[in-house]
Design a protein around this ligand. Structure first.
Ligand SMILES: [Zn+2]
Ligand SMILES: [Zn+2]
Length: 878
């Protein structure tokens, strides 16, 4: 594919270009990382999407940002590894397959554990990993040869090894604990998996003998084993330590009253009942004061046998009944409406029931201390900085991590229970008999929390526990790019486990990006119908335009608002680039790079090279600091406004008009080299179009994606050229303004005289032709010129510029028009001044309205001043 073999098409066709290049890159092995390469390592692990997932806007943003960094570093000569993969996603995947079974009229119980797990694997092979194909469509340059899955053999081995080690170190233990139980999903949820939802409820004040207390869950009354008050609450001092005989729904019960600082004296009556079996706070108070646990609600959400006559009732049905019964018995003082936040399952929104059960835990406190220290000491840098505080606070208050889940799909806990003596044995290998008594054993039924395996991701994917070359070269990884909503679920756990198991941080930098919202700033949701599908965007506007939009909007700490208009705008940018490339490519006849290098560059050639160098510096600096939007904006501004708007216009001179061969050659050379370098600079953002154009340039190498990323060398910034070009551009802009203000047709050539300030004579003498061709003017430079009669005046730096209007403007008509407009502007000024002069307006109107009026006043005054100036140019006859 060279310039000779195929002329560049008139229109840019993203679909064709994208389909062509991705397979080429992949087949040539550019994405693959060789750990024995001499380059400095740069490594990234992908936040593994759920294997059930398909690409949404969050993925698109997350992976585009990673790809920008990875492509840039690869071009910069680093040995670059981007590890892709997917997460087995415990609940999510199990639910998908259970639904399939339900459609066949079956349950997972009908299949049995082994057959069910087999069925999930089959589903994974056939339907999982849609998202991998979509990532390729996005242009993600992952090393697909190192793709991993959290349940593959290697990672499963890593999971088991870590579990056994933590057990041996006493950091994993089993305990009765109060957990968040989802009745529908039939599993434990971590605190992070419980969402809060505002709900209306009833606050029921129940009499407990001489005391009264309020509750929103009266059914848990059946599980009460004590009462508590705050030790500082004087109202109840006399009851503390006493045992009360309290009439209740099933006769009289005895209740010990204790004082505990966990009780809030301002909540309700200041007395609380202690139900250790059904409330996490009560569970802790119960432990402190030795209250027994009474489980009255079962794992199915129905009342247990301990609930007496309510046994078998659904928990909410029981709530209704018990309130009625208490009313009859006169045990209710009053009922108040109450709105409060209820914990619900993040997946199915069922109200979570706190229940006590035997679970597996990690004692994370010592791990959290290390992980917190790593951030405090700067071994891990979180960007933007503000997140470090949130991270630190969470680590500070961390609780034991419940890692067991009552699912079938996941890493089964490597522990065996002896059926003879009840002992528990954790083992790296499968046990068939009890190591102590030789009796029969059965493996623990539970699987591990999905985050347990993804917490190992930065080293398990590199081959740990084996000491692989990949692990030696690429751990710690360079940067983790992720959204803030999994900072604790995932980032914190990777930090804890990486430090513990590897003895070093899992990543040096953590870049936390914002959320993608709709054009109005609303969170996208299926129910709102405002979900933007990245695949549709890529299809409609091209992948490069879509990627560039995401990067251009990825400002730190600000959510991204995406809309069709935005992406369309960057499609125009892609088209602009394409057209610029066409112009360059169709004017290269006779171009010879070797000879061209010797041709002396013109001012504009030097200028455009200097601007490119400055842009390169900005882009590099911005990417180094993860200021993606600044990088995108710099390259956009340069390419559109400096290269296309100015330089291409200037270049048309030597290209189209008779010019000396050397001048033409110098221009061609600047065009080719600047375009080529800009393409490399832009490649990480827009990989496809840049490769397509780059391949057509003379002297192109194998692929732009392995060409060097532009660097600024000494001497490339040319301050003199920038200063001189600034004067030229200012002069051109001045003539264009006058043309606009005096309504002179664009085609008319204007007679322009420049009276240069001392010192600028040579500059304007040398650039008169350039200013003239860009401004459509006949430019004369005369240090002694006086302003002609009826001439427009502009000041450029310290020089003066006159445009002779005689014969170009119809003075009579123009005078009439200007007079009318001057009157109109003056009226507007007077009107707004009067309005702003009224104190009742300034004081009562909203601040932004007043500010708007002030702005309008400023604009009208400015307009008035300009019109007066124009009028001045033609005021004295003619
Ligand atoms: Zn649920
Ligand atoms: Zn045994």
């Amino acid at each position: 594919m060279t310039a000779e073999s195929a002329p560049i098409p008139d229109r840019y066709d993203p679909a064709a270009v994208e389909q062509r290049w991705y397979p080429v890159w992949e087949q040539r092995g550019y994405f693959r990382a060789d750990p024995t390469s001499p380059g400095k390592p740069f490594s990234v692990v992908i936040p593994p999407p759920n294997v059930t997932g398909s690409l949404h806007m969050g993925h698109a943003l997350n992976n585009t940002l990673q790809d920008v960094l990875v492509r840039m570093k690869r071009m910069d000569g680093f040995t670059t590894l981007w590890v892709p993969g997917t997460d087995h996603a415990g609940i999510a995947t199990q639910v998908v397959v259970e639904r399939q079974l339900a459609a066949e009229g079956k349950t997972k119980g009908d299949l049995g554990r082994e057959a069910f797990v087999e069925r999930v694997w089959r589903w994974k092979e056939q339907s999982g990993g849609t998202i991998i194909r979509q990532l390729k469509q996005l242009g993600a340059s992952c090393d697909w040869s190192s793709e991993r899955f959290t349940m593959d053999a290697g990672l499963s081995r890593a999971v088991r090894e870590v579990f056994v080690r933590l057990w041996e170190e006493g950091l994993i233990y089993r305990d009765d604990y109060i957990v968040n139980w989802c009745l529908r999903c039939q599993t434990v949820l971590s605190d992070l998996e419980v969402e809060r939802e505002e709900r209306d409820a009833e606050f029921v004040y129940i009499k407990y003998g001489p005391l009264t207390l309020g509750t929103v869950r009266p059914e848990t009354k059946l599980g009460d084993t004590g009462l508590a008050v705050n030790p500082k609450d004087r109202r109840y001092t006399e009851y503390v330590g006493r045992t009360l005989e309290v009439p209740s729904v099933e006769g009289t019960v005895t209740m010990r009253v204790v004082a505990d600082p966990a009780v809030d004296p301002d909540f309700g009556t200041g007395v609380v009942k202690i139900t250790p079996g059904h409330d996490p706070v009560d569970f802790e108070i119960g432990r402190r004061h030795d209250f027994p646990i009474r489980t009255v609600i079962g794992f199915d959400g129905r009342m247990t046998a301990l609930a007496g006559k309510y046994a078998g009732l659904d928990r909410f049905e029981c709530r209704r009944r018990i309130v009625e019964d208490m009313k009859v018995l006169g045990l209710i003082e009053r009922i108040e409406p109450y709105r409060h936040a209820v914990g619900v399952c993040y997946r199915c929104k069922t109200v979570v029931e706190p229940l006590v059960s035997k679970q597996w835990y990690v004692q994370v406190k010592p791990l959290a201390d290390e992980a917190q220290k790593a951030v405090r000491e700067g071994r891990i840098t979180i960007i933007p900085r503000g997140w470090s505080k949130t991270y630190g606070h969470w680590m500070e208050n961390i609780r034991p991590w419940c890692i067991s889940r009552q699912l079938w799909w996941g890493h089964r806990i490597p522990a065996w229970h002896c059926e003879a003596d009840g002992s528990v044995h954790v083992s790296r290998t499968t046990l068939t008999a009890c190591p102590t008594c030789g009796g029969p054993v059965r493996q623990d039924e539970d699987v591990l929390d999905t985050w347990f395996s993804s917490g190992l991701w930065p080293f398990s994917t590199l081959g740990w526990p084996d000491h692989t070359p990949e692990l030696r070269t690429f751990y710690p990884t360079s940067v983790l790019v992720t959204a803030f909503d999994i900072l604790f679920f995932w980032v914190a756990r990777m930090a804890m486990l990486g430090l513990r198991i590897m003895g070093d941080v899992p990543f040096r930098d953590v870049y936390i990006h914002a959320l993608v919202r709709d054009a109005e700033g609303q969170k996208m949701s299926k129910s709102k119908g405002n979900v933007v599908d990245p695949l549709v965007m890529m299809d409609r506007y091209g992948t490069d335009a879509f990627r560039f939009t995401l990067v251009a909007l990825a400002a730190q700490g600000r959510d991204i608002r995406i809309s069709d208009e935005r992406v369309e705008g960057y499609r125009n940018f892609a088209n602009k680039l394409w057209n610029a490339a066409r112009l360059v490519l169709s004017n290269l006849d006779g171009y010879d790079a070797r000879r061209a290098r010797k041709a002396p560059p013109a001012l504009a050639d030097r200028w455009v090279r200097s601007r490119l160098a400055a842009t390169t510096r900005t882009v590099r600096e911005a990417l180094r600091r993860y200021r993606f939007n600044d990088a995108a904006s710099a390259v956009y501004q340069f390419l559109w406004h400096e290269f296309c708007d100015w330089y291409l216009e200037i270049a048309k001179g030597p290209l189209y008009r008779p010019a000396s061969p050397a001048e033409r050659l110098a221009t061609q050379h600047a065009l080719v080299t600047v375009l080529e370098t800009t393409l490399r600079l832009l490649h990480p953002f827009m990989p496809f179009i840049t490769e397509e154009i780059w391949q057509r340039l003379p002297g192109a190498g194998e692929s732009i994606m392995i060409a060097p990323y532009p660097r600024v060398r000494r001497g490339q910034l040319d301050a003199a050229a920038e200063r001189d070009m600034a004067a030229v551009m200012e002069a051109v802009a001045a003539v264009r303004n006058i043309r606009g203000e005096m309504r002179i047709t664009p085609g008319a050539s204007l007679p322009v005289t420049i009276r240069p300030a001392p010192g600028d004579g040579a500059l304007f003498a040398a650039t008169a032709g350039l200013v003239g061709s860009l401004a459509r003017a006949e430019v004369r430079v005369d240090p002694t010129a006086a302003r002609p009669q009826n001439a427009a005046l502009a000041v450029v730096g310290a020089s003066e510029l006159y445009v002779d209007l005689a014969g170009v403007v119809d003075f009579a008509a123009e005078r009439a028009r200007l007079d009318k407009e001057i009157r109109r502007a003056a009226d507007a000024v007077a009107f707004i001044e009067a309005k702003l002069g009224r104190p009742e307006f300034v004081e009562r109107a909203p601040a932004e309205i007043v500010e708007k009026e002030r702005q309008r006043l400023h604009e009208q005054r400015e307009l008035h001043r300009k019109l007066e100036a124009s009028r001045g140019w033609i005021s004295d006859g003619g």
